[in-house]
Write a protein that binds this ligand. Structure first.
Ligand SMILES: [Mg+2]
Length: 252
């Protein structure tokens, strides 16, 4: 059994970034050697800090599937670099007549203001290696998406930002690990449209309620819907899945 989980708005509270309400189920999973694979738009620096706090030593997936990090092994890189994504976003914005502001153009103060993160945390968030998060200032997002596709890039919507990705997705990264591990039983938890793909490749999907709930339900009609948002809903969903008897360990 492997648990794949989104972070923001799912395992982490959307406002406080705390995972504390999920601590009981995390402890329960750890006691049974069930790996919890973090699947996120966050970068390696951010996820590493969080894994350390959580005591999580399992493989993890960063930057919307751009890289799969298996501790002690070379990264499995699936996505385009930030420089490539920025250049594609710049060209696509001109092409589609849309005005955007990318992470690469923001200074620390602006990132703090847009995310509500404190400076120390925002500085970590800015250490990206792949893709490019951005906000839409003006224009039609659909037109931008078409122009990006013509550049060979995809666009996805996270909790706070849109993201430009090249050649990668959370789903592809999750599939890479599932294949490597010989098709284990899998649970996935997520709250936003950029989680739909990986929630479709796990055996049991859990939707964590958010403003995107209706779109998520339509895309994932078989999924269980947690009865609370964020880590409190995560905690209850894991216990309700009766994982008590299940155990696992990180396959090699
Ligand atoms: Mg999320």
């Amino acid at each position: 059994m492997i648990v794949f989980t989104d972070l923001d708005g799912t395992l982490l509270d959307r406002a406080t970034y705390s995972y504390a309400p999920a601590a009981p189920s995390l402890a329960h999973l750890r006691a049974r050697n069930v790996p919890v694979v973090l699947v996120t738009s966050k970068n390696r620096a951010e996820v590493s800090a969080l894994r350390e706090r959580m005591g999580n030593t399992d493989p993890f997936i960063v930057e919307n599937g751009a890289a799969v990090v298996v501790p002690g092994e070379p990264d499995i890189v699936l996505g385009s670099t930030s420089a490539q994504a920025r250049e594609a976003l710049r060209r696509a914005a001109i092409e589609s007549g849309v005005s955007v502001r990318g992470f690469g153009e923001m200074d620390l103060a602006e990132v703090c203001q847009r995310t509500g993160l404190e400076a120390r945390v925002a500085a970590l968030a800015m250490q990206r290696e792949f893709g490019e998060p951005f906000v839409l200032l003006e224009g039609e997002v659909g037109r931008l998406e078409v122009a990006l596709a013509a550049e060979g890039f995809q666009m996805t919507r996270g909790g706070r930002f849109f993201h430009v990705l090249g050649g990668c997705s959370k789903a592809r990264a999750v599939e890479t690990l599932i294949t490597r591990w010989g098709d284990p039983d899998t649970v996935g938890l997520g709250d936003a449209p950029n989680d739909i793909g990986f929630l479709q490749v796990v055996r049991r999907a859990v939707i964590i309620p958010s403003p995107h709930l209706e779109a998520m339900r339509v895309a994932l009609p078989e999924a269980m819907v947690a009865d609370e948002a964020g880590p409190a809903g995560w905690n209850r969903a894991i216990f309700e899945m009766r994982l008590a008897g299940l155990s696992g360990k990180v396959p090699r």
